[in-house]
Design a binder for this molecule. Structure first.
Ligand code: SF4
Ligand code: SF4
Length: 404
């Protein structure tokens, strides 16, 4: 990918072309439909935080008519990357994608410098352990996997009884139980569970920090690692990983060979619970939970990228004896911005604080998520507030515990 730039310099190159081609493929007609969907706009209450406001700033920036300053920076950094705006835009404008690509601009270099240094140093092994440590997440050395330690080669012939599991680096390092739970559930439905070797991080961390070249290399690595698995489904327990894998075609120029490969790959990606639902998981497979209170925190990426919100709710209804506690607001959680950049004033943090405050008055036994980044946020925050008694787990883990 010779044109890709993560060492930033002039605002020319592949990222500018991609931003133009992908995010501005439709022209914003200022209809405002997206504003009502945007939590960042609702919480921060200024047009620069609305999707169309962001697009207006980005257009001016790309045309060279805006000298980027604090306002531009704040607008871009406060996007939750939820993708809600892209679902209802009549002109097919892509504000979220534009925000992701424009983070490759020099303005963001100082902010992401240390993240980028860690990611650049570490990606030969595919696991950003050092970056996690910089984010305050302790990574025991023995837990850091290497590509050689993990999984099997993807040479198993593809047929309807094989599925491939993409663990993502967070799950692989911090939440190995969710991988074991996924395996139990998949096997219970009569499918072969394959944990492939050679796959690395999904690339969300690179995209988030504006390392477009790194994200492209990761995408091609994962696509080749799973190439021999042909058409078998690729399952992710983390909705952000799944959404990032689905975004791969957008990272390459239209009509390129890479885009074609990425498109075929993306069509095979599912969130685990959505696939389980399609594979006919049913209530007879679970025993009763004896009155456990459970809160479910829906990830934005599940709602807007994967459009897979009905499956987890249906599956939760299979668990007899569960008291499902609903959050009063309908806001979903933006996992990655939460863990990376949740200053007190950020929209992502505001949403999450409201949920945490609600749980203070409405205690639950278990909080389930389908996103590794928001799961980590919950674990660190509930523990920090002395409420470590609330168990935080992936929905798959809850299901696996109660399988008959
Ligand atoms: S919905 Fe699309 S066209 Fe309408 S204001 Fe938002 S970005 Fe512009
Ligand atoms: S991705 Fe989400 S937060 Fe960002 S502009 Fe779109 S709706 Fe708003």
């Amino acid at each position: 990918m010779s044109g890709a730039r993560e060492e930033v310099g002039s605002p020319e190159g592949l990222w500018v072309n991609l931003t133009r081609e992908r995010a501005r493929s439709g022209r914003c007609v200022l209809c405002g439909k997206c504003a009502s969907e945007c939590s960042s706009f609702r919480l921060l209450g200024n047009e620069i935080y609305s999707p169309r406001g962001r697009m207006a700033l980005i257009e001016k920036f790309l045309d060279g008519s805006l000298k980027p300053g604090k306002k531009f920076y704040s607008s871009i950094m406060n996007c939750l990357l939820c993708g809600a705006c892209e679902k209802n835009c009549p002109s097919r404008v892509r504000p979220r994608l534009a925000v992701l690509l424009v983070r490759n601009a020099p303005l963001f270099e100082p902010h992401f410098q240390r993240h980028r240094q860690c990611l650049t140093m570490e990606m030969k092994d595919g696991y950003p352990a050092l970056l996690f440590e910089k984010m305050g997440l302790k990574v025991p050395a023995e837990k850091i996997p290497t590509a050689q330690m993990r999984g099997e080669p993807c040479t198993i012939p593809s047929d309807s009884h094989h599925v491939f599991y993409f663990p993502g680096c967070m799950d692989d390092i911090f939440f190995k139980d969710s991988c074991r739970a996924a395996e139990l559930l998949v096997r219970k439905l009569g499918y072969e569970f394959c944990l492939p070797s050679g796959v690395v991080c999904c690339g969300a961390l690179h995209l988030f920090t504006g390392m477009l070249g790194g994200a492209q290399r990761i995408a091609m690595n994962n696509i080749s690692a799973l190439n021999a698995s042909r058409n078998a489904p690729i399952l992710c327990d983390c909705a952000t990983c799944a959404a990032t894998l689905r975004l791969y075609p957008e990272l390459f120029p239209a009509g390129s060979e890479e885009e074609g490969l990425a498109r075929k790959f993306a069509e095979r990606v599912f969130v685990l619970t959505d696939w389980l639902d399609k594979a006919h998981l049913h209530s007879g497979m679970f025993r009763s939970l004896n009155g456990l209170s459970v809160a479910y925190d829906e990830p934005c990426t599940l709602r807007y990228d994967m459009c897979a919100t009905s499956a987890p709710r249906r599956i939760l209804s299979f668990l007899q004896g569960i008291n499902l506690v609903k959050f009063p607001q309908d806001d979903c959680s933006a996992g990655l911005p939460l863990l990376f950049d949740a200053g007190e004033e950020s929209a992502a943090a505001m949403i999450q604080r409201n949920k945490a405050d609600f749980l203070k008055n409405n205690p639950v036994d278990i909080l389930v998520t389908e996103d590794s980044f928001s799961r980590m946020w919950w674990q660190t925050n509930l523990a920090g507030e002395g409420r470590g008694k609330i168990q935080v787990m992936a929905l798959s883990e809850l299901l696996a515990q109660y399988l008959t």
